[in-house]
Design a protein around this ligand. Structure first.
Ligand SMILES: [Zn+2]
Ligand SMILES: [Zn+2]
Length: 384
């Protein structure tokens, strides 16, 4: 079993950095649920004026965050389990708002926003989760990326850095959209919430990404086990039976990765835009579609913005998922096609020091590449 074959279900040995990472994730997940329950039951809380209520967006965000934490911390052992657990929480949350004296009320549209948040969070986890596709070197590089994030979350000080970066991003984004985003349609409170959530996510991702690089250096420096992250795991980890694996010199150049992702983004944006242009003019039409659009408009701007956020979230997860699939297929063709430019290398001799005649990228043709070539050729013959 290679390092890349170890799954997300792996239980780290007690006291290892991977165990601590999960421990902190669980504490943050439970805290998030408590904060959520306190927020939704705070007596007579009204956010924004009528017509400027970001409450659907807040429901969407809060349940998305709670779902992500519940799933990543392993409290829910699968995506389905996470959906059931957080779904039950949403129903409980909405029904207990009926308690007399709280001045809060049951709103079925809140439940729709909660479900949308759960769905988007699970879609992103599925899109970014472990993937068994692609050759060993490709999967190892993904396992190393994930191990670096786990190591990052093992230290409380790093959680503090992430919290600071998220809050700073939220403050900058909120102030920016609250001031520069003034417009007659969307109210200022909603604009601040939109800016704060976008800024917060940007701050969090930037901090995670820079921390991940630092963690990867720490993993290489002390040859940490990629499963439980204990140091000196060479040749095998004494604590869990996993092991350390160094980075491969094979990698897909970032320019190619950006090209693949951009192609998927443009394609998805075109489909979304086309859909909007088809549906938008229908609101004045006297048929079932027009009636449906008018019915939807009656839900209000807050709800519509939540639906937009859901669509954007799902399309984003889809783009990430498709791009990763495409990259694993590119990795599979290593030695047959150039990783940098995609040039067909099958006519080029693949000995030591071989380079792509198009762009000069070094490559090496091993037996795995020969197998892939033989397989695709026999498939072509069968197809005819
Ligand atoms: Zn280990
Ligand atoms: Zn090339």
């Amino acid at each position: 079993m290679t390092v890349a074959d170890r799954s997300l279900r792996f239980t780290p040995p007690r006291g290892s950095p991977a165990w601590w990472s999960r421990h902190w994730l669980r504490i943050v997940a439970v805290t998030a649920v408590l904060v959520l329950l306190a927020g939704t039951h705070y007596p007579k809380l009204v956010i924004g004026t009528p017509g400027d209520g970001p409450d659907k967006l807040l429901h969407f965000l809060a349940f998305g965050i709670v779902t992500a934490l519940i799933r990543l911390s392993g409290i829910a052992s699968s995506a389905l389990m996470a959906a059931i657990l957080v779904g039950m929480l949403a129903v409980f949350d909405e029904f207990t708002q009926e308690i007399p004296g709280l001045g809060r009320s049951f709103d079925p549209l809140d439940l729709v926003a909660d479900a949308a948040g759960i769905l988007v969070a699970l879609a992103w986890i599925a899109a970014l989760g472990p993937d068994r596709r692609g050759p060993d070197w490709f999967r190892t590089s993904q396992v190393r990326r994930q191990a670096a994030l786990v190591l990052l979350l093992a230290k409380p000080a790093n959680w503090l850095h992430l919290a600071i970066a998220t809050s700073l991003g939220a403050m900058i984004g909120g102030v920016f959209l609250g001031v520069a985003g003034r417009n007659p349609i969307v109210g200022p409170v909603t604009m601040v919430v939109v800016g704060a959530s976008a800024g917060g996510i940007a701050g969090l991702v930037a901090c995670l990404e820079s921390g991940r690089r630092f963690s990867l250096a720490r993993i290489d420096e002390s040859k940490r086990c990629l499963s439980c992250l204990e140091p000196e795991a060479v040749p095998r980890c004494g604590a869990c039976g996993g092991g350390y694996e160094a980075a491969s010199d094979r990698r897909i150049p970032s320019r190619r990765i950006a090209l693949v992702a951009t192609a998927w983004i443009i394609a998805s944006a075109a489909v979304l835009l086309g859909g909007y242009l088809l549906i938008m003019p229908a609101s004045s039409v006297r048929n079932w579609l027009g009636a449906a659009v008018r019915h939807y408009d009656a839900f209000g701007l807050g709800f519509e913005m939540m639906v937009d956020a859901t669509l954007l979230g799902l399309v984003g997860a889809f783009v990430v998922h498709r791009s990763r699939r495409r990259l694993s297929r590119i990795a599979d063709r290593y030695g047959l096609e150039c990783l940098r430019c995609g040039h067909d290398l099958q006519g080029t001799p693949g000995g030591a020091g071989a380079r792509c005649p198009e762009c000069g990228e070094a490559f090496e043709r091993d037996s795995a590449a020969e197998d892939v070539a033989a397989r695709s050729q026999s498939e072509e013959h069968e197809g005819r």
